[in-house]
Write a protein that binds this ligand. Structure first.
Ligand code: ADP
Length: 468
């Protein structure tokens, strides 16, 4: 079997930076743990000119190669173009996008630099798998350096319709560069259709069918590969950790109250402000739950150096404070809001101890928290998932309580419905969800993508399955 070289902005080098939050590292780590290969990306260090180092570490059969970035490059590539332009546009937030041609130049430059530093490690029959919006043009940069290997790309976040993509200035430089890959994978059919529409309507690119385009001498295939979670392992973990001291301490502190849980990075795509207001509305409209339920929102801060994130942090702090001031009592705090990361193990135990989960992003590529919550439940007494219809996970999680996160009244009603739901309905919904999610366990995700990349017939088969 060919060696797989995974490339992503961040590399989770073992034993380096402790607890992390972020779906991408969790899923790539899980793939490489089983399939070995190389993981290449940024070292997490920014340095002055002349101090850049590329390091290689071997651990449990995986080779981790990381490279430093210059401070200015990092600023333009990561904080600038990737997170102030691509992230908002790809999450349908044109209002938050800030374009600067300088940032775009930095973004293209870092992609070329990644190509330069990666190329010496490549062997002719390696298969390359590039991840996420930081590296859209990496395939093109590698092709320009004569790399003819199979190269696939997977986008973990949403991909909007052409009307939004074309708001990105010079979109051909970034979006159209996807044509240099052999296979581009998305979380949902909706995302895949949006690329197909962009290529056929905006770029008039010839195609063989809805998922196969002819880009000069190259054929680009588009596929759907929804990211999943390790269902059985997560259930076992949750069962074990519900008994640990940390989780027991949280449960004791609730004094028999029901718990609702939310776990998200602090990001505007997660809809936290609207969610807290929906919870406020729930307490106002359904007063019988006052004093009987506690909402625990675990939200590690992210990207605080970007202004929109710092502003959002402040607004959410204020809203939580207002709700607690308005409805709280000396003996009861309605919302517990914590900004630190927790270990995966503790999260699993907390999910299992919660009567409901509020997962209400305004837009999300997949949302692993939703799937982890389902995996963690006790099948004999499961909690209820309240899930935004705009999360990629909603395609598979039709048996959850699906909500429109912009409709606070509907979210408030869903919280009431979740807390009042009889056991047989909870069990019915839960087993339906477990059945669907177990068919798409994360163990199969990487091999499925790599097989599709190396064997085109596979891509079609999986796309048909994912479209249900
Ligand atoms: P995103 O990738 O946008 O952050 P996902 O829901 O897809 O969102 O993935 C988040 C991942 O990070 C999940 O695996 C989740 O368990 C983990 N995570 C989220 N919040 C925390 C936290 N507070 N502590 C530890 N892990 C977290």
């Amino acid at each position: 079997m060919a060696r797989v070289v995974v490339v992503s902005n961040r590399v989770a080098v073992p034993n380096r930076d402790g607890t992390r939050a972020g779906g991408l590292e969790v899923v790539i780590g899980s793939y490489l743990k089983r399939n070995q290969g190389i993981w290449f990306g940024w070292s997490g260090r920014t340095v002055a000119k002349g101090e850049e180092v590329t390091r290689k570490v071997e651990h449990a059969g995986v080779t981790y190669i990381t490279t430093d970035l210059l401070r200015a490059d990092f600023q333009e590539y990561y904080n600038g173009f990737a997170n102030r332009m691509l992230w908002p546009i790809l999450h349908y937030r044109l209002d938050l996008a800030e374009f600067s041609s300088r940032d775009m130049a930095g973004y293209l430059r870092v992609n070329e630099l990644f190509a330069d530093r990666l190329k010496p490690f490549l062997k002719p029959d390696d298969v390359l798998w590039v991840h996420d919006y930081h590296l859209l043009p990496l395939g093109k940069a590698l092709r320009e350096r004569g790399v003819e290997n199979k190269i696939g790309f997977f986008l973990h976040i949403p991909f909007p319709p052409p009307d939004m993509l074309t708001c990105l200035p010079k979109h051909e430089r970034t979006i159209l560069s996807l044509c240099h890959y052999d296979l581009v994978g998305f979380q949902t059919n909706n995302d895949a259709d949006n690329l197909a529409d962009y290529l056929s309507h905006e770029c008039r690119m010839p195609s063989r069918d809805r998922r196969t385009f002819i880009a000069g001498s190259r054929t680009l295939r588009i596929g759907v590969f929804p990211v999943g979670v390790e269902m059985a392992e997560f259930e076992r973990l949750a069962r074990r950790t519900k008994r640990t001291a940390v989780v027991r301490e949280v449960l004791n502190s609730l004094s028999e109250r029901s718990m609702i849980i939310g776990v998200d990075r602090l990001d505007y795509s997660k809809g936290l402000g609207l969610r807290v207001r929906a919870f406020e509305q729930f307490l106002g409209t359904y007063p019988r739950w006052r004093g009987a339920v506690t909402y625990l929102q675990i939200t590690p801060r992210s990207r605080s150096e970007i202004r929109e994130y710092a502003d959002m942090e402040r607004r959410i702090d204020e809203t939580v404070g207002r709700v607690n001031g308005r409805y709280g009592e000396a003996s009861w705090t309605p919302i517990r809001y914590v900004n630190r990361p927790y270990s995966r193990t503790t999260l699993a135990g907390l999910y299992r101890s919660s009567r409901a989960a509020l997962v209400t992003p305004l837009r999300d590529g997949m949302n692993l928290v939703a799937k982890e919550y389902i995996a963690a439940q006790d099948p004999e007494d499961p909690g209820v998932l309240i899930l935004s219809r705009f999360a990629g996970a909603a395609v598979e999680c039709q048996a959850a309580l699906l909500v429109n996160p912009y409709d606070q009244e509907a979210v408030a009603a869903a919280i009431d419905q979740a807390l009042s739901m009889p056991l047989d309905e909870r069990c019915g919904r839960h087993s339906a969800l477990v059945k669907v999610l177990s068919e798409n366990d994360i163990k199969d995700w990487g091999p499925r993508f790599v097989a599709a990349l190396t064997n085109p017939a596979e891509a079609k088969r999986w796309s048909r399955r994912a479209s249900g």
